[in-house]
Write a protein that binds this ligand. Structure first.
Ligand SMILES: NC(=O)c1ccc[n+]([C@@H]2O[C@H](COP(=O)([O-])OP(=O)(O)OC[C@H]3O[C@@H](n4cnc5c(N)ncnc54)[C@H](OP(=O)(O)O)[C@@H]3O)[C@@H](O)[C@H]2O)c1
Length: 317
């Protein structure tokens, strides 16, 4: 028997309960993966709450890394004992799971499963933000709403190394202070004067705004972006924003968004290699995860909901 974290109803973190599971043999095109680390992402909390409905009982989580212990028919190039990882395969909160071989990438020899589960999904989302949703150029001014989020932080640091001027926001004074070294200017996301503060720094407005917060910050984002600029809505942690299409049109502001996976098609190898290299080179700064026992997944979700903590989290079986 192995442990799987299930929820039988949508709701608060305590709907996540550990259960015994007998994972069978992998089917055609699948492998059975014994997981060593499971990445925790904000979207996991949306599945748990039914914001993105899934059949119940459900298993949340999209990311993990571990060792292959059985290989199904029709799988080429993967053997028992290989170290593999994935970034968008729902059902990851489990000690052992079946996963489609097509969703797997190889864990580099020099990185642990914990490191890969910490950085892969978040890094790939940041990669898509800079190379897919929008192609960031040196010298551009960027506003990152929610630079204190994990993806927002990686994107901010990466944007700076690409020669952009980065203004990042966070929801508390402590998180704003923690951003100081990572961005050029750190501001409070819930300030009533956020747009004016951005305009003091860049009078014409930001070339591009990356939104991770949504409803709570969108009005400031719109006021802070330059005419003809772009708003990239990657996340909406505070809820979906109300968007006045007429204002966007009159100011020629382009708005793009959607799943990051759309920008990775045919590029996963290149993008993941870029992410691992950025991690190795220290572009992401100190980016190590707080580890929770898998059985305590509900505690990790409660910590996300409270917004008291920052930094990445992994679950360890
Ligand atoms: N489009 C895609 O494919 C894709 C992929 C990955 C992630 N995302 C999205 O990107 C966002 C960041 O993901 P992550 O994993 O990096 O999340 P995370 O580290 O858990 O950060 C969550 C962020 O949301 C903010 N937040 C949460 N609740 C809020 C509220 N009620 N009001 C204002 N701000 C609130 C937090 O602000 P503080 O730091 O100030 O507390 C923090 O910046 C999420 O919305 C996620 O769903 C989208």
């Amino acid at each position: 028997m192995t442990m799987t974290i299930r929820f039988h109803q949508y709701g608060a973190p305590d709907v996540l309960v550990p259960e015994d599971e007998q994972v069978g043999l992998p089917g055609t095109g699948q492998v059975r993966l014994r997981q060593e680390a499971i990445g925790v992402n904000f979207i996991d909390t949306a599945f748990r709450q039914g914001i993105f409905p899934m059949p119940l009982p459900g298993v949340t989580g999209v990311e993990g890394a571990g060792m292959v212990e059985a290989v199904g028919t029709g799988v080429d190039g993967i053997r028992v004992g290989d170290r593999m990882a994935y970034f968008l395969a729902p059902g990851s909160y489990a000690e052992v799971r079946l996963v489609n071989a097509a969703d797997l990438i190889r864990t580099p020899d020099d990185l642990s499963s914990a490191e890969v589960a910490t950085v892969l999904t978040k890094g790939l989302t940041a990669w898509a933000g800079l190379n897919g949703f929008y192609h960031l150029k040196a010298g551009e001014t960027v506003l990152v709403q929610g630079a204190s989020s994990n993806v927002g932080l990686l994107l901010s640091r990466w944007a700076k190394t690409r020669g952009a001027v980065v203004i990042g926001t966070a929801g508390s004074e402590a998180k704003r202070a923690a951003l100081q070294g990572a961005v050029d200017h750190a501001l409070l996301s819930d300030s009533d004067h956020l747009a004016e503060q951005v305009r003091e720094l860049v009078p014409n407005g930001a070339d591009v705004v990356y939104e991770f917060v949504g409803k709570a910050t969108f009005a400031a984002s719109l006021a802070a972006v330059r005419d003809g600029g772009t708003i990239v809505t990657i996340g909406a942690a505070s809820g979906a924003p109300v968007v006045d299409q007429a204002i966007l049109t009159s100011r020629h502001v382009r708005m793009v968004g959607g799943p990051m996976a759309q920008h990775l098609q045919g590029k996963v190898m290149q993008a993941s290699s870029d992410v691992f290299n950025a991690y190795r080179e220290g572009i992401f700064g100190e980016f190590s995860a707080t580890a929770y026992p898998l059985a305590n997944a509900a505690v990790a979700h409660a910590d996300i909901a409270s917004r008291r903590k920052s930094g990445p989290m992994i679950l360890v079986p």
